[in-house]
Ligand binder design. Structure first.
Ligand SMILES: [Ca+2]
Ligand SMILES: [Ca+2]
Ligand SMILES: [Ca+2]
Ligand SMILES: [Ca+2]
Length: 489
């Protein structure tokens, strides 16, 4: 029998593809990046067990962004130059599994920065496990106020805090959130306060409260000014207006895993919100073997429901979509393909190995998908990626994504979202990953917390558009960079 020709193999390959079989390409070989990070040495406990995180904010008022690092029993701050500003050993409210332990959940920093009392200087705010709101002077870390808060009857304590502007008087308001104390914990309780009133009297009347907020599971509420009227909306599986009214509610089957905000559709005024739904897949065929898995897969593909991606704003649901009802689980939202209008939404997919991301355009149409294994560097963990941030790395119009190796303190990679092709791989042991413009050149840096170090990786290439406005000028960028966790970077 003659050997098959290249042409025959090609035809077989195409036939297999059409049948839905996978044709594997060799995993990409990619050398480690030679970019050397800027290193900040930390004098902190290393073992945080997934609790606490990092944010960048100028807290000493010198115009350069500093780092606040939190973990169980501590909150500390360092300047970019590596000087320790202060270190507080305190019972800050940071947690692991929010549905079991309460907010802010895995990697949630649980820290906010604003000028709380209007003296023109930044303050640092956090909640404690003993039920207080702590307000520290940013520069020194000295306590300005420690206020005992009353939390709702069915809650354990207030667990999550977000600086907001509800009254149109600047970042002088505070949203606090709590989960139900028993059962599957979701952040249903919200209270909005004028910070200055709250810091003088923990029993002061709130601006408004809710006990029915449809929060993303695993995450705290986020805020952003969606319509640009100078007042923030509260984002979850519902949108709550600055006066506490429910404006939009998603028809969620199951729960929402992650929430993002971005101008996905520049043709629609204001910002849009993206939510990823997790719905239980149905298992009509019992057992856990190759036949039952296959049959249940096809059943869900034909009769499945949920596991949708929603795009909505403060007025309505703009669209909902799904890819074969596969659970999207994690996402990155950005201008990953500048030739297409608006932003693209990359969904990681939920599988234990061989992650299979799928990408929607700004209209909810599937535009690309691939197997991560086929495109990731050869020795990248088969468990895929986690903590996925969109990044303005090059300074050009195309945004990229950055993520760490999943389920380990491992490497970090920057990849082209549309193809999954890795462009940089940084050899490290990342405990936390964070992305923000630290240097002030508008492009974003990669921030890795690894053991007792913060590593800041900057792009050494020439910035092609140095005059672009700072990302920090955008309300939703500032808000997102201060309020994130593992599920909603
Ligand atoms: Ca500073
Ligand atoms: Ca608004
Ligand atoms: Ca828009
Ligand atoms: Ca920068």
């Amino acid at each position: 029998m003659p050997y098959p020709t290249i042409k025959t193999l090609g035809i077989i390959g195409i036939a297999l593809s059409l049948l839905g079989c996978e044709v594997r390409a060799d995993a990409a070989s990619l050398a480690y990046s030679e970019i050397r990070p800027h290193v900040i040495h930390l004098d902190l406990p290393h073992e945080t067990r997934g609790m606490g995180g990092v944010i960048a904010a100028d807290i000493d008022g010198d115009g350069q962004r500093d780092f606040i690092v939190s973990g169980p029993g501590f909150v500390s701050s360092y300047t970019y130059s590596g000087r320790k500003l202060w270190d507080r050993r305190t019972d800050i409210q940071v947690t692991q599994v929010s549905e079991k332990d309460g907010l802010p959940g895995w990697h949630g920093p649980g820290v906010q920065v604003t000028d709380a009392d209007g003296d023109g200087k930044p303050d640092v705010l956090f909640l404690t496990k003993r039920g207080t709101l702590e307000i520290l002077e940013g520069r020194t870390g000295r306590t300005k106020r420690s206020v005992k808060l009353q939390s709702p009857a069915d809650s354990e304590r207030w667990e999550h805090l977000v600086v907001a502007n509800f009254r149109g008087r600047g970042d002088r308001d505070l949203l606090i959130q709590a989960t139900n104390a028993t059962g599957y914990r979701m952040g249903r309780f919200l209270a909005a306060y004028a910070i200055e009133e709250l810091m003088h009297d923990g029993a002061v009347k709130p601006l408004w409260t809710r006990d029915d907020f449809a929060s993303a599971a695993h995450n705290g509420a986020r805020v952003a000014d969606l319509d640009g009227d100078g007042r923030d909306e509260v984002l979850g599986a519902m949108i709550v207006g600055p006066d506490g009214d429910v404006l939009v509610q998603l028809p969620v089957i199951g729960h929402v895993d992650a929430v993002f905000v971005a101008d996905v559709r520049p043709d629609i005024p204001g910002l849009e919100v993206i939510a990823l739904e997790e719905s239980k897949s149905q298992q009509p065929v019992p057992g856990y073997n190759s036949i039952s898995l296959r049959l249940n897969y096809f059943y869900n593909r034909i009769f499945g429901v949920g596991n949708r991606v929603f795009l909505y704003n403060k007025n309505k649901i703009i669209w909902e979509t799904h890819f074969r009802h596969h659970e999207p689980q994690n996402a990155a939202v950005g201008d990953f393909d500048p030739s297409r209008p608006g932003l693209e939404i990359w969904c990681r997919s939920r599988v234990d190995t061989r992650q299979a991301p799928f990408i929607f355009d700004a209209y909810g149409k599937l535009i690309s998908r691939y197997q991560l294994d086929d495109v990731a560097p050869a020795s990248w963990t088969k468990k895929g990626v986690e903590v996925i941030f969109t990044i303005d790395w090059t300074g050009g119009p195309q945004q990229l994504a950055v993520a760490k190796e999943r389920h380990k303190a491992g490497d970090v990679g920057i990849f082209d979202v549309m193809t999954g092709r890795f462009l940089y791989r940084f050899q490290t042991k990342a405990d936390r990953l964070y992305v923000a413009d630290i240097s002030g050149d508008w492009r974003e840096e990669l921030v890795v917390v690894s053991g007792d170090q913060i590593l800041v990786y900057s792009n050494p290439d020439v910035n092609p558009s140095p005059d672009s406005p700072s990302l920090w000028a955008r309300n939703h960028y500032r808000r997102s960079k201060m309020t994130w966790n593992y599920y909603s970077p």
